[in-house]
Ligand binder design. Structure first.
Ligand SMILES: [Zn+2]
Length: 297
Protein backbone atom coordinates (compact mmCIF):
# COMPACT_ATOMS: atom_id res chain seq x y z
CA UNK A 1 0.00 0.00 0.00
CA UNK A 2 1.28 3.45 -0.83
CA UNK A 3 2.28 5.61 2.11
CA UNK A 4 -0.38 8.26 1.53
CA UNK A 5 -3.08 5.57 1.41
CA UNK A 6 -1.88 4.17 4.73
CA UNK A 7 -1.91 7.67 6.24
CA UNK A 8 -5.55 8.03 5.18
CA UNK A 9 -6.33 4.86 7.13
CA UNK A 10 -4.88 6.11 10.42
CA UNK A 11 -7.82 8.35 11.45
CA UNK A 12 -10.16 5.46 10.69
CA UNK A 13 -8.20 2.99 12.77
CA UNK A 14 -7.79 5.34 15.71
CA UNK A 15 -11.29 6.78 15.59
CA UNK A 16 -14.14 6.11 17.98
CA UNK A 17 -15.13 2.48 17.92
CA UNK A 18 -18.91 2.70 17.48
CA UNK A 19 -19.68 -0.99 17.11
CA UNK A 20 -18.66 -2.37 20.52
CA UNK A 21 -20.67 -5.52 19.99
CA UNK A 22 -23.67 -3.49 18.88
CA UNK A 23 -23.82 -1.77 22.26
CA UNK A 24 -23.73 -5.02 24.26
CA UNK A 25 -26.38 -7.08 22.51
CA UNK A 26 -23.41 -9.42 22.12
CA UNK A 27 -20.89 -9.93 24.95
CA UNK A 28 -17.87 -7.66 24.98
CA UNK A 29 -14.53 -9.43 24.58
CA UNK A 30 -11.71 -8.32 26.85
CA UNK A 31 -8.12 -9.57 26.97
CA UNK A 32 -5.77 -8.50 29.77
CA UNK A 33 -2.01 -8.98 29.51
CA UNK A 34 0.34 -9.13 32.47
CA UNK A 35 4.08 -9.72 32.48
CA UNK A 36 3.89 -12.39 35.19
CA UNK A 37 1.31 -14.86 36.54
CA UNK A 38 -0.16 -12.41 39.08
CA UNK A 39 -0.02 -9.01 37.33
CA UNK A 40 -3.35 -8.99 35.49
CA UNK A 41 -4.89 -10.52 38.62
CA UNK A 42 -3.52 -7.75 40.85
CA UNK A 43 -4.52 -4.92 38.54
CA UNK A 44 -7.77 -6.10 36.98
CA UNK A 45 -9.31 -9.05 38.88
CA UNK A 46 -12.07 -6.73 40.10
CA UNK A 47 -13.20 -5.43 36.71
CA UNK A 48 -12.73 -8.90 35.22
CA UNK A 49 -15.14 -10.33 37.80
CA UNK A 50 -17.66 -7.56 37.09
CA UNK A 51 -17.43 -8.15 33.35
CA UNK A 52 -17.66 -11.94 33.63
CA UNK A 53 -20.65 -11.74 35.98
CA UNK A 54 -22.40 -9.53 33.39
CA UNK A 55 -21.85 -12.17 30.69
CA UNK A 56 -18.86 -10.61 28.93
CA UNK A 57 -15.87 -12.72 27.85
CA UNK A 58 -12.57 -12.10 29.63
CA UNK A 59 -9.16 -13.69 29.17
CA UNK A 60 -5.96 -13.06 31.14
CA UNK A 61 -2.57 -13.73 29.54
CA UNK A 62 0.73 -13.89 31.38
CA UNK A 63 3.56 -13.08 28.98
CA UNK A 64 6.11 -15.03 31.07
CA UNK A 65 5.85 -18.19 33.14
CA UNK A 66 7.11 -16.64 36.40
CA UNK A 67 9.83 -19.24 36.86
CA UNK A 68 12.35 -17.16 38.84
CA UNK A 69 10.33 -14.89 41.18
CA UNK A 70 10.79 -16.94 44.35
CA UNK A 71 13.62 -17.33 46.84
CA UNK A 72 13.38 -21.08 47.48
CA UNK A 73 12.32 -22.65 44.18
CA UNK A 74 12.62 -21.95 40.45
CA UNK A 75 12.35 -23.41 36.96
CA UNK A 76 9.71 -25.87 35.78
CA UNK A 77 8.24 -26.72 39.20
CA UNK A 78 7.68 -23.02 39.98
CA UNK A 79 6.27 -22.32 36.50
CA UNK A 80 3.83 -25.23 36.86
CA UNK A 81 2.78 -24.08 40.30
CA UNK A 82 2.15 -20.55 39.05
CA UNK A 83 0.13 -21.76 36.07
CA UNK A 84 -2.06 -23.80 38.42
CA UNK A 85 -2.50 -20.77 40.67
CA UNK A 86 -3.73 -18.43 37.90
CA UNK A 87 -5.98 -21.22 36.61
CA UNK A 88 -7.58 -21.35 40.04
CA UNK A 89 -7.94 -17.54 39.93
CA UNK A 90 -9.58 -17.76 36.52
CA UNK A 91 -12.03 -20.32 37.90
CA UNK A 92 -12.89 -17.99 40.78
CA UNK A 93 -13.31 -14.98 38.48
CA UNK A 94 -15.21 -16.84 35.77
CA UNK A 95 -12.69 -16.07 33.02
CA UNK A 96 -10.14 -17.83 30.82
CA UNK A 97 -6.40 -17.68 31.34
CA UNK A 98 -3.19 -18.52 29.49
CA UNK A 99 0.47 -18.48 30.54
CA UNK A 100 3.06 -18.18 27.76
CA UNK A 101 6.15 -20.33 28.13
CA UNK A 102 8.67 -17.48 28.12
CA UNK A 103 11.19 -17.33 30.97
CA UNK A 104 10.57 -14.76 33.69
CA UNK A 105 12.95 -11.81 33.24
CA UNK A 106 13.62 -12.62 29.59
CA UNK A 107 10.70 -11.05 27.70
CA UNK A 108 11.91 -8.99 24.75
CA UNK A 109 9.96 -6.66 22.40
CA UNK A 110 10.79 -8.72 19.33
CA UNK A 111 8.88 -9.11 16.07
CA UNK A 112 8.20 -12.73 17.05
CA UNK A 113 6.58 -11.64 20.32
CA UNK A 114 4.67 -8.83 18.57
CA UNK A 115 3.14 -11.48 16.31
CA UNK A 116 2.30 -13.68 19.32
CA UNK A 117 0.54 -10.78 21.04
CA UNK A 118 -1.27 -9.69 17.88
CA UNK A 119 -2.45 -13.27 17.26
CA UNK A 120 -3.74 -13.54 20.84
CA UNK A 121 -5.71 -10.29 20.45
CA UNK A 122 -7.04 -11.35 17.05
CA UNK A 123 -7.86 -14.87 18.19
CA UNK A 124 -9.85 -13.44 21.12
CA UNK A 125 -11.40 -10.80 18.76
CA UNK A 126 -10.84 -8.33 21.55
CA UNK A 127 -12.82 -5.11 21.87
CA UNK A 128 -10.75 -4.03 24.89
CA UNK A 129 -7.11 -4.80 25.71
CA UNK A 130 -5.60 -4.19 29.15
CA UNK A 131 -1.86 -4.05 29.91
CA UNK A 132 0.97 -2.36 31.80
CA UNK A 133 2.18 1.06 30.77
CA UNK A 134 5.57 0.86 29.07
CA UNK A 135 6.99 2.82 32.04
CA UNK A 136 7.61 0.47 34.94
CA UNK A 137 10.34 -0.86 37.21
CA UNK A 138 10.46 -4.31 35.64
CA UNK A 139 11.65 -4.90 32.07
CA UNK A 140 9.00 -7.62 31.56
CA UNK A 141 6.29 -5.11 32.50
CA UNK A 142 7.72 -2.42 30.22
CA UNK A 143 8.06 -4.78 27.28
CA UNK A 144 4.56 -6.17 27.79
CA UNK A 145 3.27 -2.61 27.43
CA UNK A 146 5.45 -2.01 24.39
CA UNK A 147 4.39 -5.23 22.71
CA UNK A 148 0.70 -4.41 23.10
CA UNK A 149 1.28 -0.88 21.78
CA UNK A 150 3.21 -2.33 18.84
CA UNK A 151 0.34 -4.71 18.10
CA UNK A 152 -2.19 -1.84 18.06
CA UNK A 153 -3.63 -1.02 14.64
CA UNK A 154 -1.92 -3.97 12.92
CA UNK A 155 -4.33 -6.34 14.70
CA UNK A 156 -6.98 -4.90 12.37
CA UNK A 157 -4.79 -5.26 9.26
CA UNK A 158 -6.20 -8.13 7.14
CA UNK A 159 -2.88 -9.39 5.85
CA UNK A 160 -0.77 -9.10 9.02
CA UNK A 161 -1.27 -12.71 10.07
CA UNK A 162 -2.36 -15.78 8.22
CA UNK A 163 -3.18 -17.63 11.46
CA UNK A 164 -5.91 -15.38 12.84
CA UNK A 165 -8.59 -13.11 11.39
CA UNK A 166 -8.21 -9.35 11.93
CA UNK A 167 -10.19 -7.61 14.64
CA UNK A 168 -13.12 -5.61 13.28
CA UNK A 169 -11.67 -2.44 14.78
CA UNK A 170 -8.52 -1.33 16.46
CA UNK A 171 -9.34 -2.28 20.10
CA UNK A 172 -9.55 0.12 23.01
CA UNK A 173 -6.31 -0.23 24.99
CA UNK A 174 -6.33 0.56 28.71
CA UNK A 175 -3.26 0.74 30.94
CA UNK A 176 -3.17 -0.54 34.54
CA UNK A 177 -2.44 1.93 37.31
CA UNK A 178 1.11 2.31 38.60
CA UNK A 179 3.09 4.75 40.71
CA UNK A 180 5.88 5.63 38.31
CA UNK A 181 6.33 9.32 37.58
CA UNK A 182 8.75 9.47 34.66
CA UNK A 183 8.27 10.25 31.82
CA UNK A 184 4.82 11.14 33.16
CA UNK A 185 2.63 9.85 36.02
CA UNK A 186 -0.28 7.46 35.46
CA UNK A 187 -3.21 9.54 34.20
CA UNK A 188 -6.50 7.64 34.64
CA UNK A 189 -9.50 8.24 32.43
CA UNK A 190 -11.65 5.92 34.53
CA UNK A 191 -11.68 4.47 38.05
CA UNK A 192 -13.96 1.53 38.80
CA UNK A 193 -15.42 0.58 42.19
CA UNK A 194 -14.70 -3.07 42.94
CA UNK A 195 -16.18 -3.23 46.47
CA UNK A 196 -18.98 -5.58 45.33
CA UNK A 197 -16.47 -8.15 44.07
CA UNK A 198 -13.56 -7.42 46.41
CA UNK A 199 -13.88 -10.75 48.25
CA UNK A 200 -13.43 -12.60 44.95
CA UNK A 201 -10.28 -10.61 44.27
CA UNK A 202 -8.89 -11.40 47.74
CA UNK A 203 -9.70 -15.10 47.22
CA UNK A 204 -7.82 -14.94 43.92
CA UNK A 205 -4.78 -13.33 45.56
CA UNK A 206 -4.93 -15.88 48.39
CA UNK A 207 -4.92 -18.69 45.81
CA UNK A 208 -1.51 -17.53 44.52
CA UNK A 209 0.48 -18.89 47.44
CA UNK A 210 3.82 -18.89 45.60
CA UNK A 211 3.42 -15.13 45.18
CA UNK A 212 1.60 -14.04 48.33
CA UNK A 213 2.01 -16.61 51.09
CA UNK A 214 5.20 -18.69 51.01
CA UNK A 215 8.00 -17.66 53.36
CA UNK A 216 10.19 -17.61 50.23
CA UNK A 217 7.74 -15.59 48.11
CA UNK A 218 8.82 -12.22 46.81
CA UNK A 219 6.18 -10.44 48.89
CA UNK A 220 7.22 -12.19 52.12
CA UNK A 221 10.87 -11.36 51.49
CA UNK A 222 10.03 -7.66 51.34
CA UNK A 223 8.56 -7.73 54.87
CA UNK A 224 10.91 -6.34 57.50
CA UNK A 225 9.95 -9.17 59.86
CA UNK A 226 8.73 -12.37 58.19
CA UNK A 227 6.28 -14.26 60.47
CA UNK A 228 6.90 -18.02 60.86
CA UNK A 229 3.19 -18.76 60.93
CA UNK A 230 1.66 -19.44 57.51
CA UNK A 231 -1.63 -17.88 58.56
CA UNK A 232 -0.05 -14.72 59.90
CA UNK A 233 2.19 -14.30 56.86
CA UNK A 234 -0.73 -14.78 54.48
CA UNK A 235 -2.85 -12.24 56.33
CA UNK A 236 -0.14 -9.57 56.43
CA UNK A 237 0.51 -9.90 52.71
CA UNK A 238 -3.20 -9.94 51.85
CA UNK A 239 -3.73 -6.82 53.98
CA UNK A 240 -0.94 -5.17 52.03
CA UNK A 241 -2.69 -6.00 48.73
CA UNK A 242 -6.00 -4.69 50.08
CA UNK A 243 -4.24 -1.47 51.09
CA UNK A 244 -2.98 -1.03 47.53
CA UNK A 245 -6.51 -1.24 46.13
CA UNK A 246 -7.69 1.13 48.83
CA UNK A 247 -4.87 3.54 47.94
CA UNK A 248 -6.08 3.59 44.32
CA UNK A 249 -9.56 4.63 45.52
CA UNK A 250 -8.09 7.35 47.75
CA UNK A 251 -5.69 8.63 45.12
CA UNK A 252 -8.42 8.99 42.50
CA UNK A 253 -11.24 9.96 44.84
CA UNK A 254 -12.11 13.09 42.82
CA UNK A 255 -12.49 10.97 39.69
CA UNK A 256 -14.65 8.42 41.56
CA UNK A 257 -16.89 11.27 42.76
CA UNK A 258 -17.13 12.63 39.22
CA UNK A 259 -18.06 9.19 37.88
CA UNK A 260 -20.35 7.88 40.65
CA UNK A 261 -21.61 11.06 42.33
CA UNK A 262 -20.62 12.51 45.69
CA UNK A 263 -22.22 10.02 48.06
CA UNK A 264 -21.19 6.80 46.35
CA UNK A 265 -17.86 8.24 45.18
CA UNK A 266 -16.91 9.04 48.77
CA UNK A 267 -18.01 5.64 50.07
CA UNK A 268 -15.96 3.49 47.67
CA UNK A 269 -13.27 1.56 49.51
CA UNK A 270 -11.48 -0.33 46.72
CA UNK A 271 -10.93 0.64 43.10
CA UNK A 272 -9.06 -0.24 39.93
CA UNK A 273 -8.11 2.60 37.61
CA UNK A 274 -7.17 2.71 33.92
CA UNK A 275 -5.52 5.10 31.49
CA UNK A 276 -6.53 5.28 27.82
CA UNK A 277 -3.67 4.43 25.46
CA UNK A 278 -3.52 6.79 22.49
CA UNK A 279 -2.65 3.99 20.07
CA UNK A 280 -5.90 2.10 20.59
CA UNK A 281 -9.38 3.27 19.55
CA UNK A 282 -10.20 6.60 21.12
CA UNK A 283 -13.46 6.76 23.06
CA UNK A 284 -15.10 9.47 25.13
CA UNK A 285 -15.76 8.98 28.82
CA UNK A 286 -19.48 8.24 28.40
CA UNK A 287 -18.74 5.45 25.93
CA UNK A 288 -16.07 4.09 28.23
CA UNK A 289 -18.45 4.16 31.22
CA UNK A 290 -20.96 2.15 29.22
CA UNK A 291 -18.39 -0.64 28.90
CA UNK A 292 -18.05 -1.21 32.65
CA UNK A 293 -21.05 -2.87 34.35
CA UNK A 294 -20.87 -0.70 37.44
CA UNK A 295 -22.16 2.67 36.30
CA UNK A 296 -25.81 1.68 36.23
CA UNK A 297 -25.45 -0.13 32.88
ZN1 LIG B 1 5.06 -8.61 37.37
Amino acid sequence: MRTFQYLLLIPLLLSVNPDLRAQHEEPLRIIAFGAHPDDAELKAAGVATLWAAAGHKVKFVSMTNGDIGHFEMAGGPLAQRRKAEVEECARLLGIETQVLDIHDGELMPTLENRKIVADLIRDWQADIVLCHRPYDYHADHRYTGELIQDAAVIVAAPFFSSKTPPTKKNPIILFYSDGFERPYPFDPIIAVAIDDVAETKWDCISAMTSQFADAGSWQAMTLSDIPDSDTERRQIILDRMKARNSAVADLYRDLLIELYGTEKGNSIQYAEAFELCQYGSQVDLETLKSLFPTFGN
